[in-house]
Design a protein around this ligand. Structure first.
Ligand code: COA
Ligand code: AMP
Length: 628
């Protein structure tokens, strides 16, 4: 590894965190400077840049235009799904955002109001997010792969004044009609927005509900451009719902000032990118990775962000990523390991890479799930570039650990997530909260305070925030991940300590899937585990015990259960396999032995634990697995 300035940078942050972040905050334009860099008396663990005011959308767009960079490309939309490639300059995006902000204001949206955005990977989705930020409104983007009840739960919780949706999304082989999903969600939701703005895509135009629905393009064209509204650094910028340990998603709250500072800072320090560089994050705006590294961070840093509406394979083939990198001169690509596994499976020798000139590509960053070493090694050999796994979560908003191009420290050891970013002190703790030594596995935790950019709370649920993250280990934030910190300071993230599973880079709760299965009238009890999958990392697998007296065919009920999860949670749950069993393995106190079930599902030996109630129940699971 080449000489790195990482140790000095990390030590500098440790010596004086407030001075470190105050310096980073100089990269942002403030309409009012902060009173205190960090105020420990506020919120759950203190708050960053209290007293400061800014508008993050103006930092993303207006200031670059004012600096004479308006003609430079801010966004490249590349959609093999729509057969389109479009370039948007900073000036164009600024004008569009100002108009859409004006359209929202005309519908009554003002600072602090919520706006739910249910849109696919189209430029108007990014415009809608930044238009909300420009107005000081709080956006909440819902991923398109969720079903109507999930959208309804988010609308009920966020209570938006307006919902912005597209008429449809484009998935390989099918057009996903979003508008009927929105209508179904609104029929279920306990809150009704005053208006909906519908972006009509040519592939499928939606019928608008008179009096409630407005055409996005017409409203944008008719609107008066709205100036940026400064908000407090500690005000909410967005709510992003993510899987918790129950069926109720957690509304992760992001405040504006610290997020702007941390993201802007991370572009240089972690990714080594600055104005004019092309950054492609192949994710979706419905996830945190998309919020941070498709929308906000690249624009804060004056980069060109690539937005891709397509898949790594099948649109049209496993060379799609290399085509996009070559065509747009991508300098750093960021995606999930699952995408690479999909490419590797279809094109193991990377024959489809050869026609493309990747001379501009300098590094590949991976996150969303642990990158298994074979995939990391394949990618590094295929690309002959550093492949950097880095670890973070919806809650943190930006990487906890990484390899740092800005400090000359990259990539991490294959299988490791890199070193802690300055701002984070990461340790493995035992069950009592004691710090474990190097190499010992435990609960990965971050010493409080969390750095700028990390969630200060859950939306209207401060108590839930404390109990989910802060209560178990006083003085620490519990990440929910298990792993260790080795003697050199590399952090190894090995899995979750709760019921969250990671399916194709998407975070899902097995508890939420169990709630859906348990709602079927024939189901007495059930267990869902994440079983290993060669491409998706994990897929959910359900075991179901039927109520006594149910005599309908098991295959019929299993098919109903698969359909039910798709209808209640959505296709993103990728729930395709429910197996009927006579009983579930449990401890004598009645706790289902999910870890043993998971080991069996992964083809590993699962000796019955001493506490097991009925050892034959494990055999029952093994037999069910054998019936493929
Ligand atoms: N809107 C509607 N449906 C969607 C959707 C969206 N935005 N995104 C996914 N779906 C659907 C898919 O069409 C699929 O439906 P199907 O069951 O009818 O086939 C289902 O949800 C599961 O999708 P996915 O898990 O993405 O599987 P896939 O087979 O379509 O693709 C990968 C597999 C690995 C190629 C793909 O998941 C991928 O590119 N993953 C990268 C993940 C990522 O970027 N994560 C963000 C963290 S960095
Ligand atoms: P999400 O909130 O959807 O971004 O998911 C966050 C979770 O994904 C983390 O808590 C981890 O379990 C997992 N994760 C994300 N990135 C990594 C990584 N680089 N290595 C290991 N696990 C990861």
């Amino acid at each position: 590894m080449s000489a790195s300035t990482y140790p000095e940078a990390y030590a500098e942050w440790q010596r004086d965190p407030e001075a470190w972040w105050a310096q980073a905050a100089e990269g942002i334009d403030w309409t009012r400077r902060w009173d205190r860099v960090f105020d420990p008396t506020l919120g759950a663990f203190g708050q960053w840049f209290a007293g400061g005011e800014l508008n993050i959308a103006a930092n993303c767009l207006d200031r670059h235009v004012a600096a004479g960079r308006g003609a430079e490309t801010a966004l490249i939309w590349d959609s093999p799904m729509a057969g389109a490639i479009e370039h948007f300059s900073y000036a164009t995006l600024q004008q569009r955002c100002a108009r859409v902000a004006g359209a929202l204001a005309a519908l009554g949206v003002k600072r602090g109001d919520r706006v739910v955005i249910y849109m696919p990977m189209i430029p108007s989705a990014l415009v809608a997010m930044l238009a909300c930020a420009r107005l000081g409104a709080v956006h909440s983007v819902v991923f398109g792969g969720f079903a109507a009840p999930e959208l309804a739960a988010r609308i009920s919780d966020a209570a938006p004044r307006v919902v912005i949706a597209a008429s449809c999304g484009l998935e390989p082989g099918r057009v996903v009609a979003y508008k009927p999903l929105l209508d179904a969600a609104l029929a279920l939701a306990t809150h009704q927005p005053e208006a909906c703005l519908i972006y009509q895509r040519p592939a499928l135009r939606a019928d608008l509900t008179p009096g409630r629905d407005h055409d996005f393009a017409a409203a944008e064209a008719a609107a008066t451009p709205h100036p940026p509204v400064p908000i407090a650094a500690t005000d909410p910028l967005y709510i992003l719902y993510t899987s918790g340990t129950t069926g109720n998603p957690k509304g992760v709250l992001r405040d504006a000032g610290g997020y702007a500072v941390a993201l802007h800072h991370s572009m240089r320090q972690i990714y080594g990118l600055g104005p004019g560089d092309v950054f492609w994050t192949a994710s979706d705006i419905g996830w945190v990775v998309g919020h941070s590294y498709i929308v906000y961070a690249p624009l804060l840093a004056g980069c060109t962000s690539v937005m891709y509406e397509g898949k790594p394979v099948g649109t049209p083939d496993a060379g799609a990523f290399w085509r996009v990198c070559a065509q747009h001169g991508v300098k750093v690509l960021f995606t999930a390991p699952t995408a690479l596994r999909a490419i590797k499976q279809q094109d193991p020798d990377a024959a489809l890479l050869r026609p493309h000139d990747l001379s501009k590509l300098e590094a590949l960053y991976l996150a969303g799930e642990r990158c298994d070493p074979p995939t990391a090694i394949w990618a590094a050999a295929t690309l002959a570039r550093p492949v950097v796994d880095h670890w973070w979560q919806t809650e943190t908003g930006w990487p906890i650990t990484a390899g740092f191009r800005g400090y000359g420290l990259f990539p991490p050891k294959p299988g490791a997530g890199g070193r802690a970013a300055p701002g984070y002190e990461v340790r493995a703790l035992d069950d009592t909260g004691a710090v474990l030594g190097a190499g010992a596995s435990g609960h990965l935790a971050i010493r409080l305070p969390l750095p700028p950019g990390c969630a200060p709370s859950l939306w209207q649920n401060a108590a839930g925030y404390r109990s989910a993250y802060l209560a178990d280990f006083p003085g620490w934030y519990r990440t929910g991940d298990a792993g260790m910190v080795d003697a050199e300071g590399d952090v190894w993230v090995m899995g979750r300590t709760d019921d969250i599973i990671n399916v194709a880079g998407h975070r899902l709760s097995t508890g939420a899937i169990e709630e859906v299965l348990a709602a079927h009238p024939d189901v007495a009890e059930c267990a869902v585990v994440g079983a290993r999958d060669a491409v998706k990392g994990q897929t959910p697998l359900g075991f179901v015990v039927l109520k006594a007296g149910v005599d309908r065919p098991g295959e019929t009920i299993a098919a109903e259960l698969v359909a039910l999860v798709r209808a209640r949670i959505g296709p993103v749950a990728a729930f395709k396999d429910a197996r009927i069993v006579a009983r579930l393995p449990k401890t004598r106190s009645g706790k289902i032995l999910r870890a043993s079930i998971r080991r069996l599902a992964d083809g590993e030996p699962a000796a019955p634990p001493p506490t097991i109630d009925d050892p034959l129940a494990l055999e029952e699971i093994a037999n069910a697995l054998a019936r493929s």
